[in-house]
Design a protein around this ligand. Structure first.
Ligand SMILES: Cc1cc2nc3c(=O)[nH]c(=O)nc-3n(C[C@H](O)[C@H](O)[C@H](O)COP(=O)(O)OP(=O)(O)OC[C@H]3O[C@@H](n4cnc5c(N)ncnc54)[C@H](O)[C@@H]3O)c2cc1C
Ligand code: SF4
Length: 497
């Protein structure tokens, strides 16, 4: 009989069970372990716990008699209960902790990772050639495009350009409260959702676990069928509008034309290869413009792959980087996603989205939540933990580089060339949030001063010595000398202690 094969909860699509390239044999029994300790250890968004359990239980139901589904305290206990010391294979898991665990178990054979376009060894040889230089996302992305023949015409990018970012940074349409694109796919709940809700209620009542956020109707796919429907709907109805307003924010239209595919991708329900292939096919069929299709392919084949590889490349200690020496604790309102406790409209609106859905798009994550944390000098490890727990698509591999590197600049610039933060003027230009806010984006001192504008200058001042040496920040830092009211700005916004 074939060795059993262990599926983690983020390895749920059919491509984790195919026999090719050393995968499990078609007759291999499957083991899945629902480990309660995962939820006990940390306070997750309840909608996230709901989504993951719902997806795992659905996959188990699909696999029927082939699977042994074990509910246990820990993975180790679950594996022992399911198999004893019998041999089992598993695809390379997605976190340092899980990899350490599977490697520590004598009966487990670790197979190569799945669910990504670029194998680890291919990345290592690409990165090896560049060992002394910073690894640039743009270079990596072009290499992936060539290697996987994505949007290529021979050796050249289709349309003669690699990058349509310039076309994809439009401010939101003036006066519009929504982009007006067809709504995204949303699933219908069924008895599996009822059962999961029942269990989560019971665990909470028993005081075993504690959650944050609201567990409203499930918004994200939890099965392969639902995930494929979500991809098809995005490509057919929303992809063509994806590019132009990619960086814009509308308070009444949180999803804009984003794909909402990060959750099913990260659960392993979709393979990134099929997502980029579907987008490219839409362009080749004349159904979506190139700026949108290239923008989407850049996100999936560029950013997602890059972040995954950097997580392993930077190693296990990367999460503890704190180049800016930020140590302030996260305030309780943030920890609780208590949107009603915040006056700043951008923060309140974004936190309400997180509280209600466990999701916001990239710009609110980076330029509102992350930027505020950076300006207030919050401890980057605690910020990473918060994002991981509160977002339905948050997993260790994706959160650590995105928060430590991209959002908090805690690695001192290994991942990005400059800190991502701005004053209120940027948010005013890219959103409709400032009009109804109690603060004014142009004011940096006084009762109506925008916390982002004041916070931006205080941040630059605090890290002036470091940032003055960064060619992409010298102009911004020089701006400090032109502020006639710098002392008052610092009096109001400088972090005390
Ligand atoms: C502070 C911060 C935290 C983030 N945390 C996560 C996270 O936990 N999980 C996550 O999947 N993404 C994360 N991102 C990246 C990005 O914001 C989300 O992938 C995206 O908003 C998900 O919505 P979407 O599927 O509609 O994305 P779209 O805008 O439709 O983009 C398409 C796809 O591209 C991929 N993608 C784009 N950018 C990134 C990126 N930087 N890293 C990884 N994948 C990317 C995602 O799979 C996404 O589904 C984070 C970004 C920041 C700045
Ligand atoms: S004025 Fe400042 S605080 Fe208010 S919404 Fe705009 S950026 Fe946010």
């Amino acid at each position: 009989m074939a060795d059993a094969h262990w599926l983690f909860g983020d390895q749920l699509g059919p491509h984790f069970l195919t026999a090719d390239a050393g995968g499990p044999r078609p007759d291999a029994p499957v083991v899945m372990i629902e480990a309660r300790s995962v939820f006990r250890r940390r306070r997750f968004h309840r909608a996230k716990a709901h989504l993951i359990l719902s997806a795992m239980r659905r996959r188990a139901a699909e696999l029927g008699d082939r699977v042994r589904y074990v509910r246990a305290e820990t993975y180790r206990d679950g594996l022992q209960e399911a198999l004893g010391t019998a041999r089992v294979t598993v695809h390379h898991p997605t976190s340092h902790a899980a990899l350490r665990l599977v490697r520590s178990l004598d009966n487990v054979t670790v197979l190569p990772a799945r669910g990504f376009l670029v194998p680890h060894d291919a990345f290592r040889s690409w990165a090896g050639d560049r060992a002394r230089r910073q690894l640039r996302q743009e270079e990596f992305y072009r290499w992936v495009r060539r290697e996987h023949e994505l949007l290529m015409e021979g050796a050249e990018p289709v349309g003669g350009r690699w990058n349509f970012d310039h076309d994809n940074r439009a401010s939101p349409p003036r006066g519009a409260s929504s982009l007006g694109v067809p709504s995204p796919y949303r699933p219908h709940e069924d008895s599996v959702d009822d059962e999961v809700r029942h269990d989560l209620d019971a665990w909470e009542r028993a005081g075993e676990v504690s959650f944050v956020g609201r567990d409203g109707p499930r918004l994200f796919p939890a099965s392969r069928r639902e995930a494929v429907a979500a991809l098809e709907r995005f490509v057919a109805h929303r992809l063509s509008a994806f590019g132009t307003y990619e960086d814009a924010v509308l308070s009444a239209d949180p999803v804009m034309s984003h794909s909402l595919l990060s959750a099913p991708l990260n659960l392993g329900l979709l393979d990134p290869a099929e997502c980029v292939a579907a987008a490219e096919a839409a362009w080749r069929a004349g159904a979506a413009p190139l700026n949108s299709v290239e923008g989407f392919v850049r996100q999936v084949a560029g950013w997602r792959e890059y972040v995954w590889q950097l997580y392993w490349h930077f190693g296990v200690d990367y999460r503890t980087n704190n180049a800016l020496g930020h140590t302030a604790p996260l305030p309780q309102w943030f920890l609780d996603a208590d949107a009603d406790a915040v006056e700043a409209n951008c923060l309140a609106t974004t936190l309400a989205q997180v509280r209600d859905t466990g999701w916001t798009h990239h710009i609110p994550r980076l330029m509102i939540l992350g930027s505020h944390a950076l300006q207030r000098g919050w401890d980057p490890a605690a910020v990473t933990d918060w994002f991981h727990r509160l977002f339905v698509d948050g997993y260790d591999w994706v959160m650590v580089p995105n928060v430590v590197g991209m959002s908090q600049y805690a690695d001192g610039g290994r991942m990005t060339t400059k800190p991502y933060t701005s004053g209120g003027a940027y948010l005013h230009r890219m959103s409709d949030l400032c009009g109804s806010c109690a603060f004014r984006p142009t004011e940096r001192v006084g009762a109506r001063a925008c916390p982002f504008t004041g916070g931006y200058w205080a941040f630059l001042h605090r890290h002036r010595d470091r940032l003055a040496h960064n060619p992409r920040m010298t102009r911004a830092v020089a701006g400090l000398d032109r502020l006639s009211d710098l002392e008052e700005v610092l009096e109001q916004w400088q972090i005390k202690g």
